[in-house]
Each structure stands twice: as C-alpha cells, then as structure tokens.
Design a protein around this ligand. Structure first.
Ligand code: ADP
Ligand code: MG
Length: 393
C-alpha cells in the first residue's frame, strides 16, 4: 500500500492536481447499464454514468430514488442485478468489498464510542496489521490534516457530531483508499457544522485529488461540493452535468424543479399565433417568443401545442403598474424578506408565480404590478414528457 504521507499530503497542490504522487492508481468509476432490484422493487434502472479520476461526483435526488443502492453496489455491499461497474477497465462485480480498496463515510459516523479519536482513526490500520510506527505516522498526518490535534485523546462519545464526522472521515482517509464514498455525511449536523465540514471535505478531496462519490438529497450540498452532479429520480438518471449547467439548462421538468431555491416556476401554456413567431398563452399571462428563442425551436412549435413553461424567480421582470406596454397585470400576494433579496408571490390570473428581487424592496402585499416573462429566460418543456425543448436532445 502506498504511503499515505506522500500520496495524500505531498505538500504541493500543483502536483496533486496533475495526479497523485507515488505512482498510485486512482480509479475512474464507470457504470454500464447497471440495474438493482430488490424482489420486484426496481431501485436503480439501467444506469450509465462515469465518475472520472480525481473528481467528486454527487448523486442527488429525493429519498428512495436509488442513491444509496448505487453507492452500495460500488462498495460491494449490494450485488449488481444487471450490468457492470468498472474501476478503470476492471469489472468489479466479482470482487469482495475488502478487495475493492474503498472507504465509506456514513451519515451516522459508525465510530467506536468508547475509543479515543486517535484509536478510531487508527482502527483500519491495526486490523490490517500495518506496523505500529508507520500506523502512528499516518494517524498523526490525518489528525493534523483534519485539525483534530486538540481532541485526539478524547473519547468519541464526548465529542460533538461535527467532530465525530471529521473523525470518521479521518478513519476513511487513513487507509489511503483509491475511492471514497460519502452517504449523506452531513445529514445529522446542524447549520454551522454542516457548512464548515462541507468546505473541509471539499478541500481534502481537491488537495488529495481523491476520486469520490457523494450521495445527498440536499441540492445545496451537491452544488457546493461536487464537480458534477448526477440527478436521479425513481431509479432513473435524469441528467449529469456541472452545477452551473444543471441550473442554466436542465434536461427536463424534474431537474428544473429540483435544482434552484426558490424552485423554478412551471406554468401550463398553449402555443398560439404565427409559425416562427409564436406566443405562449397561459391562464392570465402571455409571452411572445420571438427574439430570445432559437429559430429551430420556434419552427418546431405548432399552434395549439401544450407546453410547460419554466422561469426562474430571479428572471421574472416586475415593475409598478402602468410601466410600459409590455407584460401584463398582476397582484403581489405575499412578500418574504430574506435580507439581500425579497421573494414575491405574484398572482397572474389563476397562476401563482414566485419572483426574486433585490432586497429590501418597496413591494408590499396587495399591490398591483406589471409583470413580464422575458423570452430569453423561458425554459420550454414538452407538455407530454417534460423534455427541455431548448436543449439539444
Ligand atoms: P435513496 O438512498 O435514494 O433514498 P435507496 O437506494 O435507499 O434510495 O432505495 C431505493 C429503493 O429501494 C427504495 O424504494 C427503497 O425502499 C428500496 N430498498 C432499498 N434497500 C432495500 C432493501 N435492502 N430491500 C428492499 N428494498 C430496498
Ligand atoms: Mg440513501
């Protein structure tokens, strides 16, 4: 096993960025048509996905969508029902969990409460028979890296949740694994600890150039930590992209609604008017599409076609009543101040639309307003399947 001191703590971030020193092979993880069934429950359906070497990939989606099952198949805790997982070009289904050289960090720490922080971190090395001197050096490096020096001798049960999770990360790192898997590692922590540890995990992952997969249901966690995010729903991969791409060009209505806070507004509309210059007509609003929409998308729209129209709250244009001819009349139904922004709930006919404006604003509940939905900011989703029509298939 390569020395953790040189592999993880080589000292130079530049070296770490071009590959881990010491000749260590870090696996790319590849899923090929991976399916997981428990009896007649399909937890993961024909998953094709790559986590490149040295990246952090997040699996994001609602509870029960198959994230943990995916992670457990990588670790070897659950068998693949169909398909194959590869580390680089090695199929791993036949390998036991022990032979995969993977570390896992769970939601609930899974530490030995009566042992000290130091002994918990040292545990994976002692069970593997690593010589005492080497083990002591590795443990000291990890303790140093995680800033656990002041509590190394403390019994784990006396420490805070944040400290316990840092210790369980130390225990995962001390083995110098090829791959590290995190399953909801921050779920039990409160606000401050969560934000602090999230930054710390990210820093560790980047300096050590660790290939890692993070399972989370929390979009802010995935966006803050991951290089790329794989959004899942009901066992099916919806989209894998950088956080910025997911936000700007969601593949479908599910991703559009799942990413972003407050969520994207989704409104039913019918296409009306001339071919090539259509107008979207909803219940109490309309938006001409010429100008801000790609020509081929406009050409493909048919009069009478039903769409779901998406617009992010910060893209809804709102002005005092009577401010110019564009847009339509609306009423401010609620104002939620958030400090640097105000979240407005607007009543447009029978629809409610959320708008985000710089705060504190002068908008008050009950006021009338002029609202426009700028064409360039509209996401157009197929009324049948939810696919984003402005995104190449
Ligand atoms: P997530 O981590 O996204 O919440 P899971 O992978 O844990 O989702 O679960 C996906 C689906 O598989 C759920 O419907 C869940 O009830 C089911 N499931 C998970 N583990 C088992 C199991 N050991 N036996 C039977 N069903 C399971
Ligand atoms: Mg889970």
């Amino acid at each position: 096993m390569p020395d953790v001191g040189s592999a993880i703590f080589g000292g130079c971030a530049g070296c770490a960025a071009v590959g881990r020193p010491g000749g260590l092979v870090v696996a790319t993880v590849r899923f090929e048509a991976v399916t997981k069934r428990y009896g007649n429950v399909s937890a993961v359906r024909s998953l094709n996905l790559i986590c490149p070497q040295g990246e952090m990939l997040a699996l994001l989606g609602p509870s029960g969508c198959g994230k943990s099952s995916t992670l457990k198949m990588v670790a070897g805790i659950e068998a693949v029902t169909e398909g194959e997982i590869y580390f680089d070009d090695r199929p791993v289904s036949a390998l036991t969990p022990g032979a995969r050289d993977i570390a896992m960090v769970f939601e609930d720490y899974a530490l030995y409460p009566h042992l000290s922080a130091r002994d918990n971190i040292a545990f994976p090395l002692s069970v593997r028979g690593v010589p005492a001197k080497t083990a002591a050096e590795r443990v000291a490096s990890v303790i140093d890296l995680l800033g656990l020096g002041g509590m190394a001798g403390d019994t784990v049960r006396d420490l805070s949740g944040g400290a316990q999770q840092r210790i369980s990360i130390g225990r995962a790192l001390v083995r110098d694994p090829e791959l590290i898997l995190f399953d909801e590692p921050l779920s039990h922590l409160d606000g401050d600890q969560k934000v602090q540890l999230r930054a710390e995990i990210k820093r560790l992952q980047q300096t050590a150039h660790l290939t890692s997969i993070l399972v989370t249901h929390d979009q802010s966690e995935a966006i803050a930590m991951a290089d790329r995010v794989a959004v899942m729903n009901d066992g099916v991969l919806q989209q894998v992209a950088t956080p910025a791409e997911l936000y700007a060009r969601p593949a479908n209505e599910f991703v559009a609604n799942f990413i972003g806070e407050p969520p994207m507004n989704l409104l039913s509309a019918t296409v009306e008017g001339e071919e090539g210059a259509p107008v979207l007509v909803g219940a109490g609003w309309q938006a001409p599409l010429n100008g801000g929409t790609e020509t081929e998308v406009l050409r493909a729209l048919r009069s009478g076609e039903r769409l779901t129209v998406g617009i992010r709250p910060e893209h809804v244009a709102i002005a005092p009543p009577g401010a110019g001819p564009s847009g339509f009349e609306a009423r401010v139904a609620a104002v939620e101040p958030r400090g640097d922004s105000d979240i407005l709930t607007l009543q447009l006919g029978t629809e409610r639309v959320t708008a985000e404006v710089d705060g504190p604003s002068r908008w008050r509940s009950g006021e009338r307003a002029r609202v426009a939905l700028p064409a360039e900011a509209l996401h157009l989703f197929c009324g049948e399947c939810g696919h984003n029509l402005r995104r190449a298939a």
